[in-house]
Design a protein around this ligand. Sequence first.
Ligand SMILES: Cc1cc2nc3c(=O)[nH]c(=O)nc-3n(C[C@H](O)[C@H](O)[C@H](O)COP(=O)(O)OP(=O)(O)OC[C@H]3O[C@@H](n4cnc5c(N)ncnc54)[C@H](O)[C@@H]3O)c2cc1C
Length: 460
Amino acid sequence: MSLREELERIFGGVVADVAAHAGDMTENAPRTPAFVVEATRAEQVGELLRIASAHGVPVTPKVTGLNIGGLAIPAEGGIVLDLRRLDAVEIDPHNMVAWIGPGVSWQKLKEESARHGLALGFPLAPPESSVLACALMDGLSTMALAHGSYNDWVHGVEAYLADGTKVVTGAAALSGRPLSRGPLPDLTGMFLNWYGGTGVVVRLALALWPRRAFRRREVVACRDIESGIALMRAGARTGLFDDLGGLGWPAAKWAFGLERLGARDPAEPELYVVADYGADTKDELKLKEKRLRKLAPTPPIPVEQLIALAPDLAPFAELPARLGFLMDHEGQGLTWVGTFGPMERLEEGARAGMRVVEGAGHPPLAVVRPMKGGHYAVLRFIMRFDRRDEDETARVRALVAELGAALLDLGYVPYKCPETLYEESARRLDPGFRGLMERLKRAVDPKGILNPDRWRLPER
Ligand SMILES: Cc1cc2nc3c(=O)[nH]c(=O)nc-3n(C[C@H](O)[C@H](O)[C@H](O)COP(=O)(O)OP(=O)(O)OC[C@H]3O[C@@H](n4cnc5c(N)ncnc54)[C@H](O)[C@@H]3O)c2cc1C
């Protein structure tokens, strides 16, 4: 049987429009797959991988492809495995954990969790994008200060390896119940931050959290990056807030619909810190409100008040939301370099990154935030560009490489790592760690068919 016939047998047909899956919003070069298939049952994933291994044809799992790192761009001539229709949710309210399929969107999980009095935090990503894919990629949310990045929320996975073997990880491997990552050896990590390079996850157990009676989102305008970081650093240690995230001044201007941004007016705030917190009683809420006001350099403004003054900011009030200023601008190119790194070098890292971004002629949109109670920080720079313009796209590619290297120099490690940064990362990786990555990859994917352009480290 030809590969096409095998695919038609497993999936009942193939998707005609392969070009739609060649590229994404980023500066990364598109590659055209030979086939696109849509899974409707998890077992089809195992069957596909077994056959693709036999034919030596690469497979790239994909949900909506909105990862902003080029991570779901397929191998040239490979197969895209569209997982949007595997969207089952199964919630265990007693232990506050959900089994979710790859196609479960932020909007869907929000609604399902609310039915059980549970909640989760959200990225700034569109409502239809995948929770599971974000959790596999160490994404961040409006609860990241309290509960860490999404990797910390993962209690186990059910995945298929390249030969079609199904594996379950976490406590569920022994009990069937995904209540914790341990106490077995933590093989869940094999599937995190590999971008589908070690297996395709068909179910992931994600921690949920109690839904609070009261929620507040408030914005603090900070004169400069330094005063914003001081607020977040102090606030992180109080343990009172779900999230404290700083967004650079260009975000506010873009959100107001301004297209061409000149230099910042010195009177204008440089960083906006968004504080998210919840409470079960009015007294608890008051305490948190008071503490934020004591720490903040200017009075916090509740987001509802801000929206009454500036309706353009409405999407910030209720997540998940489609942030048009990032997705729907002319040219529609969007990219970022995001990193995890040391709290004490945040000011230095933010200034260094902003210099590189401004030097390349882009507004310096920095995202600065403490994570997991202040154990580490996130530093990210977001760039919009016109992806119809090849020269501009090539310049953005060079900018991503320069920015990544500058942040690596300061001890900041890229997450959702784009191809552009593999070479620089490989040069700096602990050689034993790199060798272990290579051995693990060969062990679970001997034919190298699983999303092979991810973590393709250069020859030594
Ligand atoms: C405007 C905008 C703002 C955003 N803001 C944030 C933010 O604040 N924080 C944040 O963390 N993220 C953010 N994101 C990214 C977004 O959250 C994630 O990209 C998204 O939730 C992941 O879903 P996806 O459908 O885009 O995944 P895809 O892009 O389809 O997949 C992501 C990666 O996972 C792999 N993959 C997919 N499914 C599987 C599977 N079943 N098994 C193994 N590997 C798989 C893919 O091959 C790819 O490498 C933002 C994105 C946009 C467009």
